[in-house]
Write a protein that binds this ligand. Structure first.
Ligand code: GEK
Length: 249
């Protein structure tokens, strides 16, 4: 077994050297190798959000239902839920459209014991039929979906959630007030520098994400979740331009 198969702490150095042309960001094998380090050093509050998803699964998951982790990457939210769930006869369905992520995610899930079965699927989350769900997680995934297709996706998710069930949606956001927006972006970049990323790494990553990740405002998220059919919608966490909402049916 290669060291990288077991080492979760490979340091993200992907953008540390100058690149003549920065390519669009992709969730490929190179990213998989460093993903846990990349996401914890780049997303303020990531660990708190994952732990809270675990706690919410204890509170919301009902017997005989399905739980979905959409855009699961290496399965951090899935593992947190599997630890938190007390309800019986449930199944977690973890979905990602990156084959490199799905392969490594399956390995992670199998490395830990847990009562709730997990099925890891390689698919576009827009093609997955959500049904009989008591909990759905979109942890920093919606931002990679075409803006014009986000409402349909959320409506399909809401339709597949049972009454009283929950969607957790975490996103990077933008602010309509350009002064506030600039300060939040600066604070996020300070956070990345404090976590050891250089100016070059921050700048090149920003370029790589430009055409790939598109953010919405808090108001747009709330409007979309309400239109989708959720009866109770609120942010429960925000740090700079990173936010997490709960939406209950
Ligand atoms: C975590 N939730 O650690 N269908 C399926 N998967 C997709 C799609 C799509 N259409 N678009 C993007 N992805 C994880 C972190 S990362 C967020 C989520 C980030 C997948 C993509 O392959 C990647 O694995 C994930 O969504 C986004 O809690 O890295 O900023």
């Amino acid at each position: 077994m290669r060291n990288s198969d077991t080492n979760l702490t490979n340091t993200d150095l992907i953008y540390s050297n100058p690149q003549t042309q920065v390519k669009d960001f992709a969730f490929d094998a190179q990213v998989v190798e460093v993903f846990p380090d990349m996401i914890t050093r780049s997303v303020p509050g990531y660990t708190t959000i994952i732990e809270t998803i675990g706690r919410l699964s204890q509170r919301f998951v009902q017997k005989n239902t399905l739980i979905y982790d959409l855009g699961c990457s290496l399965g951090a939210a899935t593992l947190a839920m599997r630890k938190g769930i007390n309800a019986k006869q449930c199944k977690i369905i973890a979905v990602d459209n990156s084959s490199a992520m799905v392969e490594r995610c399956t390995m992670h899930i199998n490395a830990f014991k847990g009562e709730t079965p997990v099925e890891v699927i390689e698919a576009n989350i827009q093609d997955v039929q959500i049904k009989n769900a008591s909990m759905v997680v979109l942890n920093f995934t919606l931002q990679f979906i075409d803006k014009a297709e986000r409402q349909t996706l959320l409506t399909n998710i809401a339709n597949g959630i049972n009454k009283g069930g929950i969607l957790i949606i975490s996103e990077k956001i933008s602010h309509d007030d350009s002064i506030i927006d600039q300060h939040l972006v600066d604070l996020h970049h300070d956070f990345k520098r404090a976590n050891g990323y250089s100016e070059l790494e921050v700048a090149q990553k920003r370029t790589a994400l430009e055409n790939v990740m598109r953010t919405d405002s808090v108001e747009q998220h709330i409007e979309r979740l309400t239109n989708a059919g959720f009866n109770h919608v609120s942010p429960w966490f925000q740090c700079f331009n990173f936010i997490s909402f709960i939406a209950i049916k």
